[in-house]
Write a protein that binds this ligand. Structure first.
Ligand code: NAG
Length: 403
């Protein structure tokens, strides 16, 4: 999935994976339980359009070997064995905090949220200065008590508060649009600036101007004075535009928060650990006009295969769920319905006109020397597999969890 062309494509392809998740669940009674970056794939297919062969890229949800047969979807399992069989970074905070809890659809839907965020924090401009530290805190974060690891504070707070913050808890995490005009030839113009490269080892997360080069801090004071020499790319003073993915993430979070408020027992969490890492940049792939064509193919496919009338309301992120009300029950319920969640993703992309139709991704902002910090701390990725299900897969496949 890492080879997605644009975030609109990414969201739609993940929507198809959610649909696959729902079909396996409803038709066959299987719950995937290991939604992770390594298990969502892009499958390019050849389809005939007006007599010509065109490539249609669809989403595939793979690695079903950990899937569990849920005999009656809404009933409890007889045996309550520990269920920690997913990939830590993408597991729901609820599953991480309640290791013996049965995994339900809502847990997997939360994992899809973590997945979208995972790609966004790596490949979109945003106001979090230290991606490595964010990865440590949000995805790898954990709290240990009596030798058992539980969900890290960062993920847990995001799910229960229904909002995302940078490394500073009170600073909302915001994703920005990379302007199309910035990209074609100059890699430098689109690289995330080397701002505070030297002091990014501290765990601070200042708002930055991703997608631009740092300017001297003279600002308005320099008006009337001789301007320092500024290259042509730098003279724009337009504010960064917010990426429509912010609204999508909020919309999913509203549902997750409602689910937590109504159905997930509270868990005390303490500060997690995190260590700093430096960012590094690789050249951005050039603009591809084909993104538009690819999206056109995908829109067409999705419209042609559109199922039931599930059309969730695009809710306001400002929804106030402090009291239990029917609206919250409804929101929480939507999280447990894959068709509804898929339709939510589709509506955001296909009915919103503000999604960039060019390659809006920036070079990977994950530091090259980034290593999953807690690999050892929270046990192996696949408890069940290592104890019960010896497969003859090559080891390379096993370690394909993140990246
Ligand atoms: C997130 O929500 C909580 C609870 O409503 C609030 O206290 C906090 O300030 C919010 N954080 C951000 C970054 O918006």
């Amino acid at each position: 999935m890492e080879k997605f062309l644009s975030f609109s494509e990414l969201v739609l392809l993940i929507g198809l994976c959610i649909q696959a998740h729902g079909q396996a669940f409803l038709r066959k009674g299987f719950l995937h339980r290991d939604i992770s970056a390594g298990n969502v794939l892009i499958h390019p297919r050849c389809v005939e359009v007006d007599g010509r062969m065109e490539e249609l890229r669809v989403g595939i949800l793979a690695d079903w070997e950990l899937a569990k047969k849920v005999v009656k979807p809404m009933t409890e399992d007889a045996a309550r064995q520990p269920h920690r069989t997913g990939t830590w970074q993408f597991m729901s905070a609820s599953a991480l905090n309640h290791p013996t809890k049965r995994i339900i659809v809502q847990d997997d839907m939360e994992s899809f949220f973590h997945l979208i965020l995972y790609f966004a924090i790596r490949f979109l401009p945003h106001n979090c200065e230290n991606v490595g530290a964010f990865m440590d805190r949000y995805f790898d974060g954990h709290v240990e008590a009596n030798g058992v690891c539980y969900a890290g504070e960062k993920k847990y707070m995001a799910m229960t508060n229904g909002n995302l913050s940078t490394l500073q808890p009170d600073l909302p995490l915001v994703f920005y649009i990379r302007r199309e005009t910035q990209e074609p030839h100059s890699n430098n113009a689109v690289q995330t600036p080397h701002v505070s490269m030297d002091d990014s080892s501290q765990d601070s997360c200042e708002p930055s101007n991703p997608g631009r080069t740092e300017k001297p801090a003279t600002g308005e004071l320099s008006a009337g004075l001789a301007k320092p020499s500024i290259s042509p790319e730098e003279d724009s003073e337009e504010p960064l535009e917010r990426h429509p993915i912010n609204a999508l993430l909020s919309d999913i979070l509203v549902r997750i928060k409602a689910h937590y408020m109504l159905y997930v027992p509270k868990k005390e969490v303490k500060a997690g650990s995190g260590h700093a890492a430096h960012r590094s940049n690789t050249p951005v792939p050039g603009t591809t006009p084909a993104v538009k064509a690819k999206l056109g193919m995908l829109f067409r496919h999705l419209r042609a295969t559109r199922t039931g009338p599930s059309t969730p309301a695009l809710s306001q992120a400002t929804h106030k769920p402090e009291v239990v009300d029917p609206a919250m029950v409804a929101l929480a319920g939507e999280l447990g319905d894959q068709e509804t969640m898929k339709a939510l993703l589709e509506r955001h992309v296909m009915e919103g006109d503000d999604w960039p139709d060019y390659e809006d991704r920036v070079p990977d902002q994950l530091p090259k020397n980034y290593r999953r910090g807690n690999e050892m701390a929270h046990g192996s990725k696949r408890t069940l597999e290592s104890t019960q299900m010896e497969t003859d897969e090559p080891p390379s496949k096993r370690s394909r969890s993140i990246r």
